[in-house]
Design a binder for this molecule. Structure first.
Ligand code: HSE
Length: 425
């Protein structure tokens, strides 16, 4: 089996290293020798994390995808421009393709998978979601007897690292993001991490596999963590919650909800204790109940582990030709964001004078929203106070109307902060 790699950076280098160090185990499992014969890189003379001594290196990636001796292409460049052209060329040349590229699969997966099906080759992407955690294989294979009720995951390591450091060390957002970039966790464009786009890519893929529907990246409602302040982290802790950036996909009454947003989770729940750069995905099946998958969501060898597992599947012929493992992909109507019901955390900066809290709760109750818990803290000489509220379960549309009315009051000093609260048990 001859392999061509596009990109010998963190993931590509990791693949070469893991194939080298685990050669005998992988051979024992497949009975086949895996040869990385060619690799394309941006800069031939750049230092690399792997030994590339036996690999033919070129700067022309099309030379690799057009090479007739190569059976499988590993696309480990990233992005949706040149990577897309290369994947299309490889498939048209009847080569199997394995990619770690979540942006490419989430935004162009429908057409690429259709092309792969037409050409009777595989396009596999386990490494695109949650790095080393075999979550797609778990959904496709181990959970195939289940109707999936919920997928909820911490699927961006950078965001989880930032929130954990803010909570545990009181560090500020910008500092921790800089460290995440230095450690190599963040995307080339870190706004993909902090504005939730990376998590939305991964969630669109997870939802497709879990519910057997087309990829619908444009239907993922997406909110990042850049607006989470130290006050929110501290209030959440006081309420006995942790703030986690979650991707949630669930089907309710035949409608699919796909949302990525910061979420308060009770501290006692497992997901609330997934810290640092680690990822975890909770999947609830109607037969198995809740299951949880935890592991490294990024990093050279962890991501390589998922890439090579796809390669092993191709060699062993254990991959189904039915894309996603479903015979027919269906279209599932999407739930309108305003129709989503949730518990909410609200934080208001208000003038601290008699009657303010009563006015706020009166407006909430007019919209059928009740207050489950409240904490107030005076913060400055101007007699302003932070008021943090946990509501009951309400329809998003109702909450938005109530907040618009509260916001209009002269005693409110800045935009009301709204964060979802989820009890995932
Ligand atoms: N930037 C991504 C993260 C890398 O932080 O999770 C892995 O997809």
């Amino acid at each position: 089996m001859n392999i061509g790699i596009l990109g010998l950076g963190t993931v590509g280098g990791g693949v070469v290293n893991v194939l080298g160090k685990n050669e005998s185990e992988i051979f024992a499992r497949t009975g086949e020798k895996i040869n990385i014969t060619h690799a394309a890189v941006k800069n031939v003379s750049e230092p690399r994390i792997c030994n590339d001594g036996n690999i033919n290196i070129t700067q022309d990636a099309f030379e690799v995808v057009n090479n007739t001796d190569i059976d499988v292409i590993l696309e480990l460049i990233g992005g949706t421009t040149i990577a897309k052209d290369l994947v299309i060329a490889a498939i048209n040349n009847n080569k199997h393709v394995i990619t770690a590229n979540k942006a490419l699969i989430a935004t162009h997966g429908n057409e690429l998978l259709a092309l792969a099906q037409e050409k009777n080759v595989h396009l596999l992407f386990e490494a695109a979601v949650a790095g080393g955690i075999p979550i797609l294989k778990s959904l496709e294979q181990g959970l195939s007897a289940n109707k999936i009720e919920l997928v909820a995951g911490i699927i961006n390591g950078t965001g989880n690292f930032i929130l954990t450091e803010m909570r545990d060390k009181g560090r500020n957002f910008a500092d921790v993001l800089k460290e995440a970039q230095d450690l190599g966790y963040a995307e080339a464009d870190p706004t993909f991490d902090v504005e939730g786009i990376d998590a939305a890519h991964k969630l669109a893929i997870l939802a497709s596999i879990a519910y057997g529907c087309e990829l619908q990246m444009n239907q993922v409602s997406t909110e990042g963590i850049s607006q989470i302040s130290g006050e929110d982290v501290a209030f959440a802790t006081e309420f006995n919650y942790s703030i986690k950036h979650l991707g949630i996909a669930k089907k309710i009454n035949g409608e699919l909800q796909m949302r990525v947003h910061p979420t308060l989770i009770p501290k006692t729940q497992l997901l609330a204790n997934v810290d640092g750069v680690m990822n975890a995905v909770l999947v609830q099946g109607n037969a198995v109940g809740p299951t949880l998958y935890y592991g490294a969501g990024a990093g050279d060898e962890a991501t390589a582990s998922a890439v090579i597992a796809d390669l092993v599947d191709i060699i062993k012929g254990t991959v189904s030709h039915d894309i996603f493992g479903w015979k027919n992909l269906i279209k599932i109507p999407n739930c309108k964001p305003d129709d989503i019901e949730s518990v909410f955390y609200l934080r208001l900066l208000a003038t601290d004078k008699p009657g303010v809290l009563a006015d706020i709760t009166a407006i909430l109750s007019k919209h059928n929203i009740s207050v489950e818990s409240v904490i107030q803290k005076q913060i400055d000489q101007q007699n302003n106070a932070h008021i943090a509220i946990i509501t009951n379960r309400v329809k998003t549309a109702n909450l938005k109307t109530a907040i618009t009315q509260i916001q209009d009051h002269e005693f409110i000093q800045e935009s009301v902060k709204i964060i979802h609260v989820e009890n995932l048990d």
